[in-house]
Design a protein. Structure first.
Length: 759
């Protein structure tokens, strides 16, 4: 197939072609197939009953898509065929796939969730398009220099040919000037099913040249910088303003496009509800509500009616209860960026003040700040949390006043992950074992995975699971050696914590454990099987403590791996630039999945689900979707520790947590904490950073690592001991795989559709 294509399109023969040429040919061929499929789809619809009348628009400032080639080949049903064809010439498709740069359009969980949802929407045959922004240099590329994170622009567009410019263009009016947008598209293929579209808006004048050292640039030149980076540094006012410019630009384009598409299908604006459903992914796109009301007004729809229509069309997803992440913009910012929305937002707020006179639910507070989430809840028909525990906390605590006003609007939609990328693509060996054991139905009917439980006692299957894990560990070891010059031992237990760096996720707790383990081994403890602690995490450029935690881990890596007394038993590896591509290699290789956030703080987590599906055993707190994982696999197939959410929430309410009390009472903890500023560490690292982190823990420890330390050390030791009984361990792994069906994003999207969109 690819041979033929290359021949017909003037490429050299496979044997003589460079890898870059094979990649180019595969990409072009795939693009053509996607276009053809899309045309067929359109034709078929026209023949049948016209276009899909009602369409779902998932609006999000982030879509963390991952590389596209492999995923498209899988969804088009030709991955194996191409892979075999290339293999005949001694070429590895996995290797060719590395030529593609992954679109750098997201931070972490929320963006990756959006990408999984697009895959599931298309796979289920739903008309579900994404709308977002095309950030030229993406988030940032992380490099380590002198044991510190440095940020570099990520020029992903240079090596990604799936992005296609289309003809859409709209005018967006900011205060004092206007811009004309352009729009790119990415085709989103479903598994043996439909093709949807991700629309990414952009500006023609954006200039790479204005970037100076690292990722610094002039934040005032809006026309030149608007879509240069995802969330520029928000530590200063200019950065925050730029973020509001980005948000308004995104939603104004989205609203204009949605109205235009609806109109084309016969909508008269009064019946927009029959043509569009809008899912607002966290508060970043919230201005779509006043923007739609404004545009409907221009089309002749009265204010009150427009409010009603928009409320019916929009739905809002909350992804966090962290106060600092809840967007609340000063009115003065909106006056500067989007002055035409200001009277509308004020009117919306007056309605609420008049109806409820309850300051807690106001949109505009007494400091003239606009609470985006409040606007969403009042003026959309659905608010949802992303895991059972999270939704409960929203209803009982964070959004309790709103829940009392609108109990029927609250839903839980537990997150999910696409099995196509996180099983078929990332771990074909395991997928193949599953297909051979229980058939391939589970790929689109995830509840079928449970059939794998039949093999619980089957020695052959357990042996297969063991050799697949080993193969994946070796693959990761090779990859890290090749791409980062890091050496890891595939015979070690892989104990993995990969996710954005945030204090609430508590990488610092894991680092304290590493110190403890180092000291124990120095005192003569030996481990029957060596352990490798693997970290991967980017810190926000302006998040000082997060960067100090990275510094600590990098210093520990240096100290521990170079100590001949310790390194035969225990290693610490901090992988550079953790992203989707690396995740696809790390997750299938993991034995122990660290999900150790402070209970109540992680809304859901989705990495936890990916590890489970790939046979990793969760070691975690009762937080987010860990609670649901625990319920599914039972006490014997997970390692749970730590204080529960009620204890934590009560302690915050009392405000009486003093980390120093724990430090004074617990010599083991004291020893580990003091080591941060020990002579050995100061020889490797920077006094300023290590000392600042040390003081932070002693004086504040806002995410309460100290109360959980003893239990954490105990449970890690328990997990390492359990690993020694390989048969029992593999059985645990099998249960995790078999019970992971619930976490397919197909289930999640089906549920959004049944409860919220009703398309
Ligand atoms: C807000 C204001 C100003 C600047 C930045 C932001 C901002 C940017 C990104 C706030 C939040 C985010 C991203 C949040 C996120 O990724 N949340 C995660 O969402 C996942 C999907 O639901 C959950 O699984 C995770 O638990 C949650 O942390």
């Amino acid at each position: 197939m690819i041979k033929q294509y290359m021949k017909e399109h003037g490429y050299p023969k496979l044997k003589k072609a460079k890898n870059s040429e094979i990649f180019q040919a595969l990409m072009e061929m795939t693009n053509e197939m996607l276009q053809q499929k899309k045309m067929q789809q359109k034709k078929l619809q026209q023949e049948k009953n016209g276009e899909d009348q009602k369409k779902i628009y998932y609006i999000s400032s982030e879509f963390l898509m991952g590389k596209l080639l492999g995923n498209n080949l899988i969804n088009l049903g030709i991955y194996e065929q191409i892979s075999k064809e290339l293999m005949k010439e001694g070429i590895s498709l996995a290797f060719i796939e590395e030529w593609e740069a992954e679109p750098s359009l997201g931070n972490g969980g929320l963006g990756r969730l959006a990408a999984c949802f697009l895959d599931s929407g298309a796979t289920l045959g739903l008309p579900l398009d994404g709308i977002g922004l095309n950030y030229h240099c993406g988030l940032f590329r992380q490099v380590f220099r002198n044991h510190k994170q440095k940020e570099k622009p990520d020029d992903w567009m240079k090596n990604n040919g799936f992005l296609k410019k289309n003809k859409k263009s709209y005018t967006v009016e900011f205060g004092g000037f206007h811009v004309r947008s352009i729009c790119y598209e990415l085709e989103v293929s479903g598994y043996h099913n439909r093709i949807n579209t991700l629309h990414l808006f952009d500006l023609p004048e954006v200039e790479r040249k204005i970037i100076r050292r690292g990722i610094r640039f002039n934040k005032k030149k809006i026309k030149k910088n608007l879509t240069l980076f995802l969330y520029p540094d928000d530590s200063d006012e200019e950065g925050r303003l730029l973020r509001v410019y980005q948000e308004y630009f995104m939603v104004s384009n989205a609203a204009q496009m949605i109205l235009e598409e609806a109109k084309k299908k016969g909508c008269n604006y009064h019946d927009l509800d029959a043509y569009a459903r809008i899912q607002i992914n966290d508060t970043h796109p919230s201005m779509i509500i006043p923007e739609l009301i404004r545009l409907l007004g221009k089309k002749g729809v009265g204010f009150e009616e427009a409010v009603e229509i928009v409320t019916k069309v929009c739905a809002y997803t909350n992804h966090t209860i962290l106060a600092e992440a809840l967007e609340c913009w000063p009115m003065s910012y909106l006056e500067k960026v989007a002055p035409s929305l200001v009277p509308i937002i004020k009117k919306l707020d007056r309605k609420i003040k008049k109806k409820y006179s309850l300051p807690k639910v106001d949109i505009i507070d007494e400091n003239q700040c606009v609470h985006m989430a409040h606007m969403d809840i009042h003026y959309s028909h659905s608010t949802n949390g992303v895991a059972k525990l999270h939704t409960e906390i929203l209803k009982e605590t964070e959004l309790h006043e709103f829940y009392k006003l609108y109990p029927e609007r609250f839903h839980n939609e537990t997150n999910g992950i696409t099995f196509r990328r996180w099983l078929l693509h990332a771990n074909w060996a395991l997928a193949k074992l599953l297909i051979d054991s229980i058939g391939e139905e589970f790929i689109t009917r995830p509840e079928k995975l449970e059939d794998f439980m039949q093999y619980y006692e089957d020695n052959e299957t357990l042996k297969d699971l063991s050799s697949i894990k080993m193969k994946n560990k070796k693959r990761l070891a090779n990859y890290l050696r090749r791409t980062q010059g890091k050496r890891i031992n595939p015979d070690a237990i892989f104990d993995v914590q990969v996710k954005r760096l945030h204090e609430y996720k508590r990488q610092q707790l894991n680092a304290l454990f590493a110190i403890h383990m180092y000291l124990e081994i120095k005192r003569g403890r030996v481990l029957p099987t060596p352990v490798t602690l693997l970290f991967g995490a980017k810190a926000a450029p302006a998040y000082t403590i997060a960067k100090d935690i990275i510094h600590l881990i990098l210093c520990l890596q240096e100290l521990i791996n170079k100590d001949p007394d310790v390194s035969p038993y225990f290693n610490v590896i901090m992988m550079e630039n953790y992203n989707v591509t690396l995740a696809e290699k790390v997750i299938p290789a993991c034995d122990i999945s660290e999900q150790i956030s402070l209970a109540s703080k992680e809304a859901s987590g989705t990495g936890n689900m990916k590890f489970m599906l790939n046979g990793g055993i969760t070691l975690g707190t009762e937080d987010g979707a860990n609670v649901e994982i625990h319920q599914l696999v039972g006490d014997d197939n997970i390692f749970i520790f730590g204080e529960d959410k009620d204890t934590v929430i009560e302690r915050y309410q009392r405000g009486d947590y003093r980390s120093k009390d724990y430090y004074d009472k617990d010599p083991m903890l004291k020893e580990a904490v003091d080591f941060i500023v020990s002579e050995k560490m100061l020889k490797i690292g920077k006094k300023k950073n290590l000392n600042r982190l040390y003081r932070e823990l002693l004086d504040k420890d806002w995410f309460m690592t100290f109360p959980d330390f003893q239990e954490y050390v105990a449970i890690k030791n328990k997990a390492y001991a359990a690993y020694e009984n390989q048969r029992e361990w593999l059985k645990m792994s099998l249960v995790n795989i078999a019970k992971a069906g619930y976490f397919s994003s197909d289930r999640t999207i089906q549920s959004y559709n049944e409860e919220i969109w009703r398309v």
